[in-house]
Design a protein around this ligand. Sequence first.
Ligand code: SDX
Length: 393
Amino acid sequence: TTGMITIDPGFKNTGSCESAITFLNGEKGMLRYRGYSIEDLAEKADFLEVAYLLIFGELPTKEQLKTFHNDIKAESHVDEEMKKILDGFPKSAHPMGVLSSLTSALIAFNPSSVNVSSEKDMYHAIVRIMAKFPVLVAWTMRKKKGLPLDYGDDNLGYVENLHKMMFKRPNKDYKTNKIAIDALDKLLILHADHEQNCSTSTVRITGSSHAGLFVSLSAGISALWGPLHGGANQAVLEMLEAIDEDDGDTQKYMAKAKDKDDPFRLMGFGHRVYKNFDPRAKILKKSADEVLSDLGLEDPILDVAKGLEKVALEDPYFVDRKLYPNVDFYSGIIYRALGIPTEMFTVMFAMGRLPGWIAHWREMRLRNEPIGRPRQVYIGKTSRPFVPLKKRK
Ligand code: SDX
């Protein structure tokens, strides 16, 4: 602290705003969207309903949900020219980089959504991105797999349509797989919001300069990509596969995770807020078992995950630091069971987090929050005279 400025690295003890969207209790491992528990919503609601709840504050009536979905369907076309931007990427491009670029590029094709201030214009920008984002998500995966880019089917449900766009094979009829769609719907609900996490704070501070919704979301996608945040779900699978290839030697990885000289961390463990089980991890652990058995799949990686969880939960280093599995620890196992490539896991996280990011951007703008501009404590050189080039040694 110097004078009136207190430095708080990572904002561990700083509240950036007041918000009515999501409530977390880290000690008790509780999560509520607009007052409804995550357990209730994951069990009884569907993703589009939860998106409406997060963005507008109330569970929609049948009529409101139908109107919201119809307004989204009316905007589900993504300009053909956008495919040229996608074509410019090498197949090796990471889908998160493609997704954040395409999300920004959408502005060029939706100029009226660039900077909106009236609630009516905000609503149109919101239904536009709710409609077009799933297309971009599907396109990033199909690009990787060398599949033709598909448009959705407005007769399907929101998540069913996403699933079809992702998985429709060019030469085969698409068969709705209810187990897969329900599992995907639940995954998206569990990722839908999480108050002031790194990517949501990024969306809020970007939007606080009155940058538009789409480009604020693009900034959020970039922040989510980091392996300490949303990128952890991909890193968890890579870690579990490495352990599996190492004859399941969890002790070796636990030792690395505790070694202060080793930058390796146990991915999918620990959380800034949860100092107890992440409620989403609890739901996902149960769901992983259900989805694998419903789909008649075996996955040795799930056993590796459970073994590692057991060891970590009994390890004093982890117990002392209250490190528990977080949302990213089990989610990848379900994505994998659904046929989603590892490199797409964080894109699926972004798809889930979309309504949360939108809700926070809208709340920040409607509350006329000031532009985010923190101060600092200067620790550089004091004043000194200029030295001409010829005199520098
Ligand atoms: C998400 O914020 C959100 O809400 C995020 C999220 C959301 O929904 O938006 O929940 C989604 O990002 C979940 C987190 C996914 N990330 C990972 O799984 C990566 C591994 N986890 C860690 O990097 C870490 O736990 C963080 C980043 C999640 C939290 O870091 P913090 O709060 O800054 O805690 P810290 O780094 O200060 O760690 C405290 C102590 C340290 O040891 P000491 O210096 O006290 O001796 O715990 C240790 C850390 O070294 N530690 C770990 C560890 N996590 C923390 N040691 C080994 N393995 C780990 N995973």
